[in-house]
Write a protein of this length. Structure first.
Length: 214
């Protein structure tokens, strides 16, 4: 059987983010990312990993009692076999979501997949990589996530929200970068401006801290 994927881990936990927050979910974390966000919390997925096939991933995912599967990274789309993997998971009847950096083309992602797409704010160090053409490909099943690491990031995100009418495309999530912006501070900014965004904290970090495989 041909080895086509590089896999960092598969684990079972509660979804920590976005509209599926709290749902039991199997996470498939693919290895590799072409970005280097300064606040990245999954640097261990940049390199290493184990070889895997789509069949072996399906077999492992099938061991857990969950309907939800989240393909994440790293940047999962940096592996070309991510696309057939997403398709195979959908074909197997799972509710599939994809967490992607927003830097790579999402056009070929199976339309059954809910895409949780980042827009990188300036203090990530990677905002030049935002692939703005992706916005035209999103629909109401998808979500846009912006991690806010400073007041400047917030002002940038507020401007992008307005200029590009993000809230008319799909739900928009603002998350504080851990250790860089106080959650209550970000919440206060959103309330003050009455933004049409959803504030979110990462549930898994509240429950278990910053632990690998959770
Ligand atoms: S895109 Fe995601 S995985 Fe890659 S460096 Fe940024 S936060 Fe980390």
């Amino acid at each position: 059987m041909a080895v086509a994927l590089r896999l960092t881990e598969i684990f079972y936990s509660l979804q920590g983010e976005a509209s599926r927050v709290g749902l039991p979910t199997v996470f498939v974390r693919l290895t590799g990312c072409p970005l280097r966000c300064v606040w990245c919390d999954t640097e261990y997925s940049f390199t290493g990993g184990e070889p895997a096939t789509i069949e072996s991933v399906l077999a492992e995912v099938g061991k857990y009692p969950a309907r939800q599967v989240c393909v994440t990274g790293g940047e999962p789309l940096s592996q070309k076999e991510c696309l057939p993997l997403l398709q195979a998971l959908c074909d197997a009847g799972y509710e599939v979501s994809l967490e992607t950096s927003g830097a790579l083309d999402i056009a070929a992602v199976d339309p059954r997949v809910a895409r949780i797409m980042d827009l990188k704010a300036p203090d990530s160090g990677e905002s030049a990589k935002n692939r703005w053409e992706n916005l035209a490909l999103l629909n109401g099943r998808d979500e846009i996530k912006i991690v806010i690491a400073s007041r400047d990031d917030y002002l940038w995100a507020r401007e992008v929200l307005r200029e590009r009418s993000l809230a008319s495309i799909c739900p928009v999530l603002f998350s504080p970068a851990q250790g860089r912006v106080e959650p209550a501070e970000l919440a206060a900014w959103i309330l003050e401006d009455g933004l049409e965004v959803r504030f979110q904290l990462q549930l898994h970090k509240l429950l278990w801290g910053n632990m690998k495989g959770k």
